[in-house]
Design a protein around this ligand. Structure first.
Ligand code: SPV
Ligand code: MN
Length: 620
């Protein structure tokens, strides 16, 4: 390989040569020539190189030290605090199909546009060339990744979130089977925030396995290995017959039983994803993205592609989230983003203490009452403010986190949110019905909390934002996956948000009862009641679990409130689901067969019992 890039000094040149990968070299060369950085530094897995990145972010002013040792603050630019869906586009050729909602774009046009924006974008800046591994090292699940960025904050975040993969990259032995990500924060202001937000672009090139992302810093847009790799991996998995899911992975561990049972869970935002993965006494493997493949004994095995958490900080306090609160308030390597800083101390919404009236936040210098350009008051900290930390910092991290085999998954959980339709937990009749349940998750928007009629947002498998294949094809892949494996996971649905007269019927922490019931079901320990929507728990089992876990006596009346089948509400949901899927292309017929059967059974039950809200005992 002939490396003729003048910008590389001897050491950096050697680091690239050692990879012995022509494609990787050509990509590095191409983007050095296009982005025109002032300096290029190649980072290996060595502690010195990784420390260099951490220090560079401080030196550049992209992060600032806080009082607690190891803690830093990073601000994304104003209006760069969340994923930019409009400017995230999937580049496809004319022989590929996607829905308009998936925001496809002609590949040549997209590449042309984004490359024009990238021309000279790193002038005066240092380009970092990084290598990571999506998933555990030396694992059949894992995918190598090349990351090029001019943001030391992005590179530093990736050290917390992903496994170092320079050495593993050498094992590719020249193969082109890796993903690559080119990022530039673009021109910066004095706070080191991206200035050209109007030219923010996030373009995924499925055919080449690359993503180009410019003029942004928010991790969901900038960090290649997170949601950008998720999009590429969904496409790859679809071709290869495995699953890439927007799912946590947790180990459920009943106190009185000597076993750990693994579950994965997909929840749209604000439906309880992190709080489920973090239920006290259980183990966490991952909180965001899982690769799932067939493994030993015909079971599904999953790995966490990450090794860290990029978590929402709002409402993390000593009472509701003691584990995370401790992490956020004691010394360790940790990046806060978009919170409020006062006197080098971090403050966020819902932290359980009074916030100061002034400080620095995502809007710059902030004081109570400060308004944005539209006259709206700016909150002290952003609602999507976050923390970034290694999973190994958590007491409840599962030792299997880095197991190259992954963990055998006994159950999938699909978590929705509604105040008046679904029961807190139920199990599907079989795998196919489980796919149906995942495909029909809904979350109720805040309109409902304001007291208006609940607005339901469909969120199939909580993965819609990231699908790079048609939804119908994605669902078919799920059906096929279950057919292929001998012992597919049991599938469950949860809803933690049932209300009566505007108040939640049960407590937040009750999800521990539901998870332990699901765990028992995977071991054949509880019987269940067959209803038109699926299997629901028996009163005696739920009563026993409440007693064991919370020393609480529950009444049958309470159980009935939670587990009665609300026929009309469920039928309304089926109508919404039918309308949505009728307008989709390539939807497997099975979806409608399952839907019609549930609808018929609900109507039959309604007539038979002469009631609209049917208590569980009627189905026995
Ligand atoms: C999500 O929104 O699902 C996240 C945060 O996990 S982001 O990185 O923005 O995707
Ligand atoms: Mn996510």
């Amino acid at each position: 390989m002939n490396i003729d890039l003048k910008i590389l000094d001897e050491e950096n040149r050697k680091k690239i040569t050692a990879l012995n990968n022509e494609k990787a070299y050509r990509i590095i060369e191409k983007y050095i020539n296009l982005c025109k950085p002032a300096k290029v530094t190649v980072i290996t897995d060595s502690p010195e190189d990784i420390l260099y990145v951490r220090k560079l972010s401080l030196k550049n002013g992209e992060e600032t030290n806080l009082k607690t040792e190891g803690h830093t603050i990073h601000f994304d630019g104003y209006n760069d605090q969340a994923r930019d869906k409009n400017n995230t586009r999937i580049l496809i050729n004319s022989d590929m199909t996607l829905n308009e909602a998936q925001n496809p774009m002609n590949r040549d046009e997209g590449l042309d546009e984004v490359h024009k924006i990238m021309d000279g974008i790193m002038k005066g800046k240092e380009m970092l060339v990084r290598f990571f591994c999506l998933g555990p090292l030396n694992s059949r699940f894992s995918i190598s990744a090349l990351q090029i960025t001019d943001s030391a904050y992005v590179a530093h975040s990736e050290d917390l979130l992903y496994r170092a993969g320079y050495e593993q990259f050498k094992n590719l032995k020249g193969s082109s089977g890796f993903f690559y990500f080119i990022h530039s924060a673009g021109e910066l202001d004095e706070r080191k925030c991206s200035v050209n937000i109007q030219n923010r672009r996030i373009y995924a090139d499925l055919l080449e396995g690359g993503v180009f992302t410019v003029n942004n810093q928010y991790a969901g847009n900038s960090i290649g290995l997170k949601k950008l790799a998720l999009r590429l991996a969904i496409y790859k998995a679809s071709k290869e017959g495995w699953l890439t899911e927007h799912m946590f992975i947790m180990g459920v561990k009943p106190e009185n039983k000597n076993r750990v049972t693994y579950f994965t869970g997909a929840f749209p935002s604000a439906c309880g994803k992190t709080s489920t993965a973090m239920i006290p006494g259980q183990l966490i493997v991952g909180d965001d993205i899982a690769y799932i493949k067939e493994g030993a004994d015909g079971k599904a095995f999953a790995v966490n592609i990450e090794q860290g958490i990029f978590g929402i900080i709002e409402d993390v306090n000593a009472i509701d989230d003691p584990l995370i609160y401790k992490i956020l308030t004691t010394p360790r390597e940790l990046i806060f983003s978009n919170i409020l800083i006062n006197n080098d101390k971090p403050y966020w919404l819902g932290m359980g203490q009074e916030l100061p009236d002034e400080g620095a936040n995502f809007s710059g210098d902030w004081h109570k009452g400060k308004k944005d350009s539209k006259g709206n008051e700016i909150l002290p900290a952003h609602k999507n403010a976050r923390y970034t930390v290694r999973l190994s910092e958590l007491e409840n991290v599962d030792p299997a986190l880095n197991d190259p085999e992954g963990v055998a998954v006994s159950g999938f959980i699909y978590g929705g949110r509604d105040s008046d339709t679904s029961v807190p937990v139920y199990q599907s009749f079989d795998w196919d019905h489980g796919v149906f349940i995942g495909a029909t998750i809904e979350s109720e928007t805040t309109a409902a909390t304001l007291g208006q009629a609940g607005v339901r947002k469909a969120s199939p498998m909580a993965n819609m934002d990231f699908l790079t294949i048609p939804l119908g094809k994605y669902l078919d892949n799920h059906f096929q996956f279950g057919k292929k494996i001998k012992n597919p996971p049991l599938v469950f649905a949860t809803n933690y948000f049932l209300k009566e007269d505007g108040n939640f019927i049960n407590d937040k922490v009750d999800k521990k009862v539901w998870i332990l019931w699901m765990e028992g079901r995977t071991h054949g320990e509880y019987s269940a009641i067959k209803t038109p929507i699926g299997y629901i728990p028996e009163f005696e089992d739920i009563k026993k679990l409440y007693k064991e876990i919370f020393s609480k006596d529950i009444s049958e009346d309470f159980y009935n409130k939670l587990f009665s089948i609300r026929v009309t509400k469920f039928l309304e949901k089926l109508d919404r689901v039918e309308t949505m899927y009728k307008s989709e292309k390539m939807v497997p017929e099975k979806m409608f067969t399952i839907l019609n059967k549930i609808r018929d059974d609900l109507k039959t039950a309604q007539t038979k019992h002469g009631m609209d809200i049917i208590p569980p005992a009627k189905f026995k």
